[in-house]
Design a protein around this ligand. Structure first.
Ligand SMILES: C[S@@+](CC[C@H](N)C(=O)[O-])C[C@H]1O[C@@H](n2cnc3c(N)ncnc32)[C@H](O)[C@@H]1O
Length: 207
């Protein structure tokens, strides 16, 4: 039987080894999402990192002068992020449980990297990002790219992972005031295979 996601990320040594593994896997999700978002963000604005892990995505936004808030299910991953000392606040929270502990329109922007493929249906993450960011703010995220047909289900390191099609994501975005600004496909060298990921930057618009 699969271990729970929390068990995997909280396992002894996992969080400490995480960034070495991502380096080997050419995990460029943080760089891609940051680069695609840069024109929309400004120093002093607040960004919420959903599934912050060790902070790989949001530390780039911190370097650009943004204030970083983070949430994650794994206490061990959060400890590594906290020890880096760049976050304003970190909360242990399961992204499957809504509402998230942030008020409507309380953040300028949000980012979610390397998380959505863990969810068969990432709709709660998209809906909550749309609720929490202000109008005009951006949400940067990436998915395992499901291609053109149906969403895909596959296995990675003995775990089920999910690929989402652009159509599937597009329908969820338009249901919650999020308009596509930019999208780009990129490759990640997972230990057992190469996988296509797709980064999105979307903007919250008036209804
Ligand atoms: C592959 S790591 C990505 C971390 C970081 N965002 C990055 O780009 O390197 C996935 C992260 O999502 C977190 N995560 C997975 N499922 C979650 C859930 N249901 N609620 C909150 N965090 C979750 C894990 O604990 C882990 O820190």
């Amino acid at each position: 039987m699969d271990k729970s996601v929390k068990q995997v990320f909280d396992a002894p040594g996992f969080a400490a080894a995480y960034e070495n593994k991502t380096e080997k896997a050419n995990w460029l999700g943080p760089d891609v999402m940051f680069g695609m978002s840069y024109r929309y963000v400004h120093a002093g604005e607040k960004i919420l990192d959903m599934g912050i892990g060790t902070g790989l995505c949001s530390e780039l936004f911190h370097r650009a002068g943004l204030l970083v808030y983070g949430m994650d299910i794994s206490a061990e991953m959060l400890k590594v992020a906290e020890n880096k000392g760049f976050t304003e606040e970190l909360r242990e929270h399961n992204l499957a449980e809504t509402p998230y502990p942030y008020a409507d329109n309380s953040m300028d922007h949000a980012v979610c990297g390397g998380v959505m493929h863990i969810f068969a249906d990432p709709s709660p993450i998209i809906r909550e990002a749309a609720r929490i960011i202000r109008i005009g703010g951006v949400f940067a995220f990436c998915c395992l790219d499901g291609g053109d047909g149906e969403n895909i289900k596959t296995r990675h390191c003995d775990h089920e992972i999910h690929g989402h099609t652009q159509d599937f994501i597009g329908q969820r975005l338009s249901a919650c005031q999020l308009k596509l600004c930019r999208t780009l496909s990129f490759i990640v060298d997972m230990p057992d295979c190469k996988q296509n990921f797709r980064a999105y930057v979307v903007k919250k618009v008036e209804r």
